[in-house]
Design a binder for this molecule. Structure first.
Ligand SMILES: *Cc1c(COP(=O)(O)O)cnc(C)c1O
Length: 402
C-alpha cells in the first residue's frame, strides 16, 4: 500500500515536465511536409527561438538531442588539428570536450572540479599565454547539469577580451535556456547550443545551434563541413526540406510552436526567468533548513554560482539512493540521480540526488516536490533541520508579480 497513486511527477533535470497544451498540439495525424501549415509553422519558430536566446544572429535547427547540438556546433567551426579550450565544471564540460577530440581537435581542458563554476581569471591566463592565438574556440557550459554550477558568461567574455584573444566563445545552454538568464548578443556569445527537452518543455528530439556573423566567418574557413551538420542551408533554406536536411520533425514542430507561444508570447521570457529564480530559491531555502541539522548539503556553496534550472545535493551514501527510491515508491515523485560525482560502482555513488526545476513548473509543483522530500527524510530517519517548507513557502510568497 502506497501513497504514490496519483499524477506522477518527474523532477529530473531533463526531459522536463511538458505542458498538456504541448502534448495536445502533438496529438494529430502526420501533416503534409510539402505544402500547407507545417511550412509556415516552421518559419515561425525562428524569430521566437531567437527571442528566447536574445540574439539577432541565426539559428539552425536539427533533429537530435543535446549531443547532436554539440557535434553540430563543432562541425561548423573546427578543422582536424585545430585547438579548442574546454572549461569543465562537472560532467558535461568533459562531454563536449570529448566530442571535439573525437572530431580531431586538439583539446585543452581547464577543470574546475565538481563544485565550482569556471574561474574567469584562470581562463584569462591560459588565453593570454596563447600568444599565437592557436586556440580557436572556448567551450563553456553555462549550467553544468551534473554539478548544477552556473558559470558567469559575462565574466568569461571579459576574460577573452582582457586577453585580447580572438577565439570564438561557444556556450552550452542546453540545461538552462529559458530558465537562467541568457543575453546571447549582449554577452558576446558567438555560438550557443540548446535542446528541446529542458526549458523549452518539448520532447527530446530537436537541437539548436545559434551563431553570429563572427562564427559564420570561421565556418567559411573550415575545409570540410558534413552536409548534414552544415548550419548554412538550415538557416538560408532555398527549399523547405533544407531546414532539417530531410523530413522535418513534424510533431515536435507543433509541440515547440505551442511551447514558444507560452514562453515568448504569453508569459514573456523575463517572467519565465523570474519564476525559475524564485522557485530555485525556494529549493535552496528548503535545503538550507534541512541541512542545518543533518547530512544534506547543496553541492554549490556560492548562491551566485547556482543554477535556476537544476539543484545538485549531497546527502551521504546510501541516503541519496534511499531517498530517491522512497519517493518513487511512496510519493509518485522521481528525482534525478547524482551524475558524475563518483564512479557508479563506488558505494559513495548513493550519496547524491538532483532536483530538476526547469520548464513547466509552478509553486504547487515545487512545494509538492519539497514536501515529498521532507516526508521521505522523516520516513527514512535521515536527520534534517526543521522549517524547510515554511522557508520555501516564504520565498514563493515574496515573489513579485509584474
Ligand atoms: C542535457 C544536457 C546535455 C546533453 O543533452 P542530451 O539531450 O542528453 O544529448 C548537454 N549539456 C547539458 C548542459 C545538458 O544539460
Amino acid at each position: 500500500m502506497s501513497l504514490a497513486h496519483g499524477r506522477q511527477t518527474l523532477a529530473i533535470p531533463g526531459p522536463s515536465v511538458m505542458p498538456e497544451r504541448v502534448l495536445q498540439a502533438m496529438h494529430r495525424p502526420a501533416p503534409n511536409i510539402y505544402t500547407g501549415e507545417l511550412i509556415d509553422l516552421t518559419h515561425s519558430l525562428v524569430p521566437d527561438l531567437k527571442a528566447v536566446a536574445r540574439t539577432e544572429g541565426k539559428v539552425a535547427m536539427y533533429i537530435g538531442n543535446g549531443h547532436a547540438a554539440w557535434e553540430a556546433s563543432l562541425a561548423n567551426v573546427v578543422n582536424r588539428g585545430d585547438k579548442v579550450l574546454a572549461l569543465a565544471s562537472g560532467r558535461f564540460g568533459h562531454g563536449w570536450a570529448e566530442m571535439a577530440q573525437a572530431l580531431g581537435a586538439e583539446v585543452e581542458i581547464l577543470d574546475f572540479g565538481k563544485r565550482d563554476a569556471a574561474d574567469p581569471q584562470q581562463v584569462r591566463e591560459v588565453l593570454a599565454a596563447d600568444k599565437e592565438h592557436r586556440i580557436k574556440a572556448v567551450l563553456v557550459v553555462q549550467v553544468d547539469t551534473s554539478s548544477s554550477a552556473k558559470t558567469d558568461l559575462v565574466a568569461i567574455r571579459g576574460a577573452l577580451d582582457a586577453a585580447g584573444h580572438p577565439a570564438l566563445l561557444m556556450a552550452d545552454c542546453i540545461a538552462c535556456l529559458a530558465c537562467d538568464r541568457l543575453e546571447m548578443d549582449e554577452w558576446g556569445v558567438d555560438v550557443m547550443v540548446a535542446g528541446s527537452q529542458k526549458g523549452l518543455m518539448t520532447p527530446p528530439g530537436m537541437a539548436f545551434v545559434f551563431y553570429n556573423e563572427k562564427a559564420d566567418a570561421v565556418r567559411a574557413g573550415v575545409e570540410f563541413v558534413s552536409s548534414y551538420w552544415d548550419w548554412r542551408p538550415r538557416t538560408e533554406p532555398d527549399m523547405y526540406y533544407q531546414y532539417f536536411c530531410g523530413t522535418a520533425p513534424t510533431h515536435h514542430i507543433y509541440g515547440l510552436r505551442t511551447a514558444l507561444d507560452m514562453i515568448v508570447h504569453e508569459e514573456g521570457i523575463e517572467a519565465v526567468w523570474a519564476r525559475h529564480e524564485t522557485l530555485a530559491k525556494a529549493v535552496w531555502a528548503a535545503m538550507g533548513a534541512w541541512g542545518a541539522e543533518g547530512p544534506l548539503e547543496l553541492n554549490i556553496a556560492d548562491p551566485a554560482q547556482r543554477s535556476h534550472a537544476v539543484t545538485s545535493a549531497r546527502i551521504g551514501a546510501p541516503h541519496g539512493t534511499e531517498l530517491r527510491e522512497w519517493l518513487t515508491e511512496n510519493a509518485g515523485l522521481t528525482l534525478g540521480i547524482g551524475l558524475g560525482m563518483t564512479d557508479s560502482d563506488d558505494p559513495a555513488w548513493h550519496g547524491f540526488f538532483r532536483i530538476g526545476h526547469m520548464g513547466h513548473l509552478n509553486t504547487h509543483m515545487m512545494m509538492g516536490t519539497l514536501g515529498s522530500i521532507e516526508a521521505g527524510l522523516t520516513a527514512l530517519g535521515i536527520a534534517h533541520g526543521g522549517g524547510a517548507l515554511a522557508s520555501a513557502a516564504a520565498v514563493c510568497a515574496a515573489h513579485k508579480t509584474a
